[in-house]
Structure formats: C-alpha cells, structure tokens
Design a protein around this ligand. Structure first.
Ligand SMILES: [Ca+2]
Ligand SMILES: [Ca+2]
Ligand SMILES: [Ca+2]
Ligand SMILES: [Ca+2]
Length: 325
C-alpha cells in the first residue's frame, strides 16, 4: 500500500443492543478518495440468525455503500434492526464483514485494491425475554392420575428439564406415587405435565392433599428464568368416602342374648358411630332390652361391632338407622 492507497476500516458504533433495537456499524476511509469507492458488507450468522434475530439484509442496498468522492465522504453507517422474538435464549451474536476486497482508483488514475478480508466486527443481541414458570393445582380420585400442568410464559430456544419433589400434607407417600419427577420441556414448548397417581387404599378417609414443589431446572444460566410460585396443591378425592353400615339378623332362645353384628363396607380412619333402632315386629318392646334409639361405635380401622340385646322373649326382628361421623 503506497501513500495513495485508501485505508478502509470497519467498526461498531453500537455493536451491542437489546433485541428490538438497532445495531450501527461504520465503514471509514482514512482520507477522501479521488473517485467513488464502493463497499459491500455481508452479515454472517453466529448464534443469531438472519431473518429471525436480526433483519435479513443480504442482497439489499443497505449493505452496498458508496463513498462519493465529490462529497469527500469518509464515513458511512450501516444500521441493522434486531428482532424481538418472545424466546428466552440468552445473548446471540453475528458477524459483520466485507463481502469483497475494496477497489478504488488512485489519484493518478491507477486502480488499486485493499484486502479487508480479515476485518470482522461482532454484533451482539441481548435477550429481552424472561421465562416465568408456573405449575397448576391438580385433583384426581383414588385410582386416577393428577396431571399438573407446568407453563412457560416465554418458551426457550433449548430443551431443559424441571425437577419437582412431592411433599406430604394430609396425603402421605402411601397415597400417591409418580413414575418420574423430571418434567421435560422441549425447545419452544410452552407447557409440559407432571403425572402423579392417586393410590387406592380401601380406607374411608375424606379428601387428602399434598404439595408439588419445583426445586430445579437445567436451563442454562444465560437464560432468564423466574419461578415466582414454585408450589402446587394436589388433591386426592377419597373413593372410599361412602361408608355404609348394615346389620345381620340373629335368632336366640329366650333368656339368651342377641348378638347383632353391625358391619361397615370399608374400614374408616376415624371411629364410626352407628345409631340403630329396635322396633317390634311380632315381639313387643317388653320382650327385649334395651329398646329405643341406641348407638354402637365401630372403631377406626375395624369393619364390625356387636349390638348385644337381651332376649326377653322370641320373635325379635330389628330395624337399623345409620349415622356417619
Ligand atoms: Ca433471538
Ligand atoms: Ca428473545
Ligand atoms: Ca388415602
Ligand atoms: Ca381411601
């Protein structure tokens, strides 16, 4: 390069912006040229992609610059819009380079060229998106599945896994089970599910609850992720809730004691008080004792209790009333 040669440099004016803003690059000559000098840039994808993360200007006049000698131009700017995309992704980059060597005519009418192939400026796009991960409550009957829906407000450009734990409430580990507590999120996915089975136990116990807690994700730290409320409630509906009682007939000799067996269809987790009424058929109230409304308790975990009635005479048939506690 002799004194007449033109030095050409490429630099960033605003080479790092948040997505949606504009990047600005500058091409400069060290001195005005004697004839027009044409320069063409090109944009090379890195982690950022043309058309998705920044404007695809390839083949457009925006990248073809001409320094007009008559105006003594020595600086030209190129503006490259970046694009918001709603994706949580971390910072992305692309390269700005010269498409070809730069040619010019010297003051003496001789053509020259400048090798600019080693000049590269990196454009950086900062991500403006932040993923908010939430988890819904779920309900199922014993024998069914609770399906917890995890939702990501701003899907990610990479797949990741969310790890949950189950915390006992009134329901404990004997009441539920999960094949896995690792919830996969595909890239671009806005939701995924965690399935927990509600176990059958033949116990009448009422509704029970437990907690699902998000404890970890494998999303890279470069990606902004918030989990403002990491827990959800799982509710198990008891299918054994309908406790019903029945009583068996009994026949005794006079002077003997009747032993009516009161049975529950399922054992309960609490004591069940059953009220019953002795009412006369062929026997009169004076034939047995006691009479009137009485109660008997079937203990928690048990299914039977006895009602003992003294047979003053024969022919007693009972009727039964029920109550649940
Ligand atoms: Ca992007
Ligand atoms: Ca983004
Ligand atoms: Ca249970
Ligand atoms: Ca049950």
């Amino acid at each position: 390069m002799d004194d007449d040669d033109v030095a050409v440099t490429l630099s960033g004016v605003t080479s790092s912006v948040t997505e949606g803003d504009q990047l600005v690059f500058k091409v400069a000559l060290d001195k005005p040229a004697s004839t027009d000098v044409s320069v063409t840039l090109f944009l090379e994808d890195g982690t950022a992609s043309a058309g998705a993360d920044y404007a695809n200007l390839t083949g457009t006049a925006a990248l073809a610059l001409t320094f007009r000698a008559v105006l003594l131009e020595t600086e030209l700017l190129v503006t490259i819009p970046t694009m918001p995309d709603g994706l949580t992704e971390g910072s992305e980059t692309f390269n700005v380079k010269f498409a070809t060597e730069v040619t010019f005519d010297s003051e003496w009418g001789q053509s020259g060229s400048v090798d600019v192939s080693d000049q590269v400026v990196v454009g950086t796009i900062f991500d403006e998106d932040e993923a908010f991960l939430t988890i819904s409550d779920a309900t199922a009957s014993e024998g069914g599945d609770l399906v917890f829906v995890l939702t990501n407000s701003a899907p990610t450009d990479v797949s990741f896994v969310v790890t949950c734990v189950l915390e006992a409430g009134s329901a404990t580990a004997v009441d539920y089970s999960a094949l896995t507590l690792e919830v996969p999120f595909d890239a671009l996915a806005s939701s995924s599910t965690l399935t927990v089975s509600a176990l059958v136990d033949d116990l009448a116990e009422g509704p029970e609850t437990f907690v699902v807690r998000i404890v970890n994700t494998t999303l890279p730290a470069s990606h902004a992720l918030s989990i403002p409320e990491p827990t959800a409630v799982g509710s198990i509906v008891d299918v054994d809730m309908q406790v019903s009682a029945s009583i068996a007939s009994d026949t005794r000799q006079e002077g003997d004691n009747f032993d009516f067996v009161v049975s529950l269809n399922v054992p309960a987790v609490v004591d069940i008080t059953v009220s019953y009424l002795l009412s006369p058929l062929t026997a009169s109230a004076s034939d047995y004792s006691p009479n009137g409304v009485n109660t008997v308790v079937v203990n928690a975990g048990q299914t039977q209790a006895s009602v003992v009635v003294e047979a003053v005479t024969d022919g007693l048939v009972e009727q039964i009333g029920r109550s649940h506690v």
